[in-house]
Design a protein around this ligand. Structure first.
Ligand SMILES: [Zn+2]
Length: 329
């Protein structure tokens, strides 16, 4: 189960700030958590709710044992409310419905927490209902508004809440997450080197694309050194059918770049930093026959190809030229 210390490994700056605020007992009424998918917004919101409700809270730390902590953990605390979009927006009646429910049921405590997921989808009416609620003197209400698109959140919400930006995950944290989600260590290692965005990783994983792409890149890199006459054939037969869209070619170029970086790491003995962790033998073998300058020059060639890709160059010509350049080295 999370604690502020485990959360700090994922979002250090935000954790420090919230822990300090809790220690001083100075929570704001409303927070806007902005960050891309998978950066821990919901986890932080739920943990903050535990600190807010815990019966045995010690400084900023909830006990995680009391009925309040347990009910938040299980998603059935009567005064912690998750609001999700109903279709394309979060409507006024969704908020009002909750408020009515409170008054019928008889209030469990004077404290309430609203967690609004995709707060950018709140209609003006829904936003005003939430804001009105925050001003009620009888209750101590905390609104945690979560969004992936802060710029689309209504100005009234922006001006009335404290804005916290969730940083992208570190490679190490993202790597752990990918492995925990059941991806192999070789694929996770490559994905985490390519991106720390959850959405991008999911796209690359679609239809097993990343696994196929990875093996084509390894084959090409092996042939460049061992069987150069084979390279253009492999490009034609295997690369072009798989790397079709611009985004895919760009990811492919990044994969080549990561291979070359692995060569540099192998040369200087930093094998713990490798992306292609299972290719260490091949990498070390290639590193023996390449100088650092030579590898750096090849990396510049790939970066140049990435820039050319951005303008509308024919993808086949682009790749042919790049592979020849790398071969000549
Ligand atoms: Zn507790």
């Amino acid at each position: 189960m999370e604690t502020w210390s485990t959360i700090k490994e994922i979002q250090p700056r935000i954790t420090d700030l919230l822990v300090k605020t809790l220690e001083k007992d100075r929570l704001a009424h409303a927070y806007l958590f902005e960050g891309s998918k998978g950066t821990g917004k919901r986890m932080v919101a739920l943990h903050l709710a535990k600190s807010f409700f815990c019966e045995n809270v010690s400084g900023p730390n909830p006990c995680l044992e009391c009925p309040n902590c347990k009910r938040i953990e299980n998603g059935n605390h009567p005064d912690v409310h998750m609001i999700e979009p109903d279709g394309l927006s979060i409507k006024k009646h969704q908020v009002e419905h909750l408020q009515k429910e409170f008054s019928y049921r008889g209030v469990e405590s004077a404290k309430k927490v609203y967690i609004v997921n995709h707060a950018d989808l709140m209609t003006v009416g829904a936003a005003n209902s939430i804001l009105k609620f925050l001003e009620e003197p009888a209750t101590l209400t905390l609104a945690l508004l979560l969004t992936e698109q802060g710029s689309k959140v209504l100005p009234t919400i922006h001006s009335r809440s404290q804005h916290l930006t969730f940083a992208p995950l570190s490679r190490a944290v993202f790597l752990d997450k990918l492995v925990a989600a059941g991806n192999s260590s070789t694929i996770s290692s490559l994905l985490a080197s390519l991106t720390t965005s959850y959405d991008e990783a999911m796209q690359l994983l679609e239809a097993d694309w990343i696994a196929q792409a990875r093996s084509v890149v390894i084959q090409l890199m092996e042939e460049l050194y061992a069987r150069p006459t084979q390279v253009l054939f492999t490009l034609q037969e295997k690369w072009l059918p798989l790397f079709k869209e611009k985004s895919q070619i760009d990811a492919g170029l990044d994969m080549i770049l990561l291979w070359l970086r692995d060569l540099l790491f192998s040369k200087v003995g930093k094998v713990n930093s490798l992306t292609y962790i299972d290719q260490i033998d091949l990498l070390q073998q290639q590193a023996l026959t390449s100088s650092q300058d030579n590898i750096s020059k090849k990396m510049s060639d790939v970066l140049l190809a990435k820039r050319h890709l951005a303008s509308n160059v024919n993808p086949q010509l682009l790749m042919e030229k790049l592979l020849l350049n790398i071969q000549e080295g």
